[in-house]
Design a protein around this ligand. Structure first.
Ligand code: SAM
Length: 321
C-alpha cells in the first residue's frame, strides 16, 4: 500500500516525482536530469562521437553562420531568445557572427538548470563581452509566459539540439502554438530537429559503451535521493533504450533488476518496484520534413527555410507565419 505524501505544499519537482512514481506505468520527466551533475554528464555526452546530434548541428550553424546572422538582423534590432540553452557552445558561433556583423540584439538564454544558466552567462560575458545577455531560469512554459508579458520587441526564438523531441506530439503542438502566439510578423522560430535515420545509429547515440548515458539517466534517481532523502540503489537499475523506426520515437527507461522497495523520506512515500518494472524517463523523437511540416501547420507556423548538415542527419528549420 503506498502512502500519501505528508507535505501539503509541494514543489513542482516533488509533485511530479510523487505522481510519476505512483502512476502505472511509472515515469519521471527528463527535465529533472539537469542538476549540476546532470549538466556535467550531458556535456560529456555531447562530446562523444556516437552522440552525433551536437556535431551535426554545430556544422550547420558554423557553415551557414553568415546567412543565418544576416537573416536574424535583416529587419532591425531583436531579442535572441534561446529555450533550453545548455552550455550554449553552438549558439556562441552565432553570437560571434552577430557581433561581427554589429547586430543590435539582446541574448536571452532560458534554462531550467540554474547551474547551466550561470555558467553560460559567465562564459558569454567573458568570451564575448560585447553581447548584452539577460538570462532567465525556469521551464519553457514559465519563460514563454514571462516573455508574453514583457514587450513587443522583435523576437528570434532558438530551440536547438532537438530539445523539441523531448515533447510528445500533442505537447509539441501546444508548445509551438504558445510560441506562435508570442510571435509578431518578422519574428522567427529557429528549431533544430534530429532526423530519422539508421535505427542502429540512433540506438548507439543513447546507449554508449562507456555508460555515460546510463549515468545521465540514473542521475534522476541520484537527484531524488539527494533532494528528497530517498534510498534508490542505482545498481539495481538498468539503463534501457528503445527506438521504434515506424514512428521515430526513441525512449529511455530505468528498469528495476529486482523486486524492491524504495522510501522517499521527504515525501513520506514508499514505492514498490517489481522485478523488470520500468520507469520511463525520456522521449527523443526523430523527425522528417513531413512530420515537422505537420507540427508547424497544427501550430499555424510555416517552414520558411531548412538548413541541413549535408548528411540529412540533423536539420534546422526556420519558421515564420
Ligand atoms: C539536451 S540539452 C540541449 C542544450 C542545447 N539546446 C544544445 O543544443 O546543446 C537540454 C537543455 O534544456 C534544458 N531543459 C530541459 N528541459 C527543460 C524545460 N522543460 N524547461 C527549460 N529548460 C529545460 C536542460 O537544462 C538542458 O540545459
Amino acid at each position: 500500500m503506498q502512502q500519501s505524501p505528508k507535505t501539503i505544499k509541494l514543489t513542482d519537482f516533488e509533485k511530479d516525482v510523487c505522481e510519476g512514481l505512483r502512476d502505472f506505468p511509472k515515469h519521471l520527466s527528463s527535465k529533472y536530469f539537469y542538476d549540476e551533475t546532470g549538466d556535467e554528464l550531458f556535456q560529456k555526452i555531447m562530446g562523444m562521437p556516437t552522440y552525433y546530434l551536437t556535431q551535426a548541428e554545430y556544422k550547420i550553424l558554423n557553415h551557414h553562420k553568415v546567412e543565418i546572422a544576416e537573416m536574424f538582423s535583416s529587419k532591425g534590432p531583436f531579442e535572441l531568445i534561446e529555450l533550453g540553452a545548455g552550455d550554449g557552445k553552438k549558439t556562441k558561433v552565432l553570437l560571434e557572427e552577430l557581433c561581427e556583423q554589429q547586430s543590435d540584439f539582446t541574448y536571452i538564454p532560458i534554462d531550467i538548470s540554474e547551474n547551466s544558466l550561470e555558467q553560460l552567462t559567465n562564459s558569454v560575458t567573458y568570451e564575448l563581452p560585447q553581447v548584452n545577455i539577460d538570462g532567465f531560469q525556469g521551464t519553457y512554459f514559465e519563460a514563454l509566459k514571462k516573455l508574453g508579458n514583457r514587450n513587443q520587441k522583435r523576437k528570434i526564438i532558438l530551440f536547438l539540439g532537438s530539445n523539441i523531441g523531448n515533447l510528445k506530439h500533442n505537447q509539441a503542438i501546444d508548445f509551438l502554438s504558445e510560441i506562435r502566439q508570442l510571435m509578431q510578423p518578422n519574428d522567427i522560430l529557429f528549431l533544430g530537429a534530429d532526423q530519422k535515420k539508421n535505427p542502429q545509429t540512433i540506438l548507439d547515440a543513447y546507449n554508449d559503451k562507456e555508460g555515460i548515458t546510463a549515468q545521465f539517466n540514473k542521475n534522476i534517481l541520484h537527484r531524488i535521493n539527494k533532494e528528497l532523502d530517498a534510498n534508490f540503489d542505482l545498481d539495481k537499475f538498468l539503463h534501457w533504450e528503445n527506438y521504434d523506426p515506424e514512428n521515430g520515437t526513441a525512449k529511455s527507461y530505468l528498469v528495476s533488476k529486482e523486486d524492491q522497495i524504495v522510501y522517499l523520506e521527504k515525501l513520506n512515500l514508499t514505492i514498490h518496484l517489481k522485478a523488470w518494472e520500468t520507469i520511463h524517463t525520456e522521449i527523443s523523437q526523430k523527425y522528417d520534413d513531413d512530420m515537422v511540416h505537420w507540427l508547424g501547420k497544427e501550430a499555424r507556423l510555416t517552414i520558411h527555410r531548412i538548413f541541413s548538415d549535408g548528411k540529412e542527419a540533423f536539420k534546422d528549420y526556420v519558421f515564420t507565419f
